[in-house]
Design a protein around this ligand. Structure first.
Ligand code: SF4
Length: 379
């Protein structure tokens, strides 16, 4: 397949790995965070750490959309789903994320709530049209990649005059999360999260472009290389980051030039800006409340805002005791540092959000056998 097979070529991968081994200076360690869950999945799936020298360490970031949804917002979604007449629609992985007491939307469904998995926002819209006497709520999650389709659904609902369709909006913003990591005590004060560079997201960057990461290089002096999701993309981005680190440079570079431009998709950006406002703050699992990091519907679309139509508990709830998702999402622990990993907690029986989605650090490690990686924890 064009643009896929070429980026999985084993001989080329070995060549880039050899260049990384050659150029990674002995006597120093390179700590590189892959921000995006898609990269976490790719790193585990293709065994990238096995191709790297011991002094090049990959750190999982918080870019898995399902993982960062806090317990309290899952509880809110369950509370909405349990209200009479409601059909709650959302993407598949979200159904299994544990809320309070490990109760999930899937368990609420087994308990009688009408919770449905959809593949797109337009599926939810169709369900609303087919059920005019029910309230259809779309539980919207995700980064800048999934926000435009939610905006499309809201505009379509308005154009159709649908009064029984609302959105429970949990869309979040990548640059704010990167800033949250950079400002975290682990990076700034404690030194427990050394960072020499960031592998920037692929799909998110298709939408927002490469410019929104410039503050990372300018204000925090950390290099960013935006990368595609194939193994050669990731390896090449690692090599580019090592070169920047060796040369003392900190700029935004774009490895994923076949899809990402400096300005991104302006049409999608306009649509999002016309539909959503930035919340003053939003709670993330692991990262806490981050300023300017989440979206909600604009006043003009308040009729489609589930938070205005339904009462929700709105409580901040701590993670399951013993679950290390918070530390894993902040990059300060590895999945195998969690005592529950692979024993009590598996993809079939997730105790925390990081074991649910294929993009979650724990699920990716478990699925591809990365628990056999016995390197010491960072640093
Ligand atoms: S292994 Fe399970 S319990 Fe442990 S951090 Fe990961 S998701 Fe949480």
């Amino acid at each position: 397949m064009k643009y896929v097979d070429e980026f999985r070529d084993a001989a080329l991968a070995r060549g880039i790995a050899a260049a990384i081994a050659r150029e990674a200076a002995t006597g120093r360690t390179y700590h590189l965070m892959e921000f995006c869950g898609g990269h976490t999945h790719a790193v585990s799936r293709y065994g990238i750490p096995d191709l790297l020298p011991d002094n090049v360490r990959m750190i999982h970031g918080p870019g898995c959309p399902v993982c960062v949804l806090p317990v309290g917002r899952i509880d809110d979604a369950i509370a909405i789903a349990r209200q009479p007449g409601v059909i709650l629609c959302t993407y598949g992985d979200v159904l299994r994320v544990p809320g309070s007491g490990r109760f999930s939307l899937l368990k609420a469904k087994a308990d009688g709530a009408d919770v449905r998995m959809v593949l797109s926002t337009m599926d939810a819209l169709r369900i609303a049209e087919e059920n005019p006497n029910r309230e259809v709520v779309f539980l919207a999650i995700g980064f800048e990649t999934t926000t435009p389709p939610t905006a499309v659904a809201v505009h379509a609902a308005q154009a159709k005059g649908l009064r029984n369709f609302t959105v429970f909006c949990n869309h979040v913003l990548t640059p704010a999360a990167i800033r949250g990591i950079m400002d975290s005590p682990e990076v700034r004060e404690l030194g427990t999260l050394p960072l020499d560079g960031i592998v920037g997201p692929a799909h998110v960057s298709v939408v927002i472009g490469s410019r929104p990461y410039e503050f990372v290089a300018e204000a925090y002096r950390k290099p960013v290389v935006i990368a595609g999701f194939e193994p050669l993309d990731v390896l090449q981005a690692i090599l580019m980051l090592i070169r920047q680190a060796n040369e003392g440079r900190a700029v935004v570079e774009n490895q994923f030039t076949r899809a990402v431009t400096p300005d991104g998709n302006r049409k999608a950006q306009r649509l999002v800006a016309d539909t959503f406002d930035v919340r003053p703050s939003f709670e993330w699992r692991g990262l806490g409340s981050l300023p300017d990091s989440g979206l909600r519907l604009k006043e003009a679309f308040s009729a489609f805002d589930a938070e205005r139509r339904f009462a929700v508990p709105g409580r901040a709830v701590p993670d399951h005791k013993g679950c290390e998702c918070g530390d894993i999402l902040r990059g300060v622990k590895k999945p195998s540092d969690c005592k529950l990993f692979g024993s009590v907690c598996t993809p079939e029986n997730p105790m925390g959000s990081c074991m649910v989605s294929a993009e979650g650090g724990c699920a990716a490690h478990y699925t591809y056998g990365r628990f056999r990686d016995h390197r010491p924890a960072v640093p």
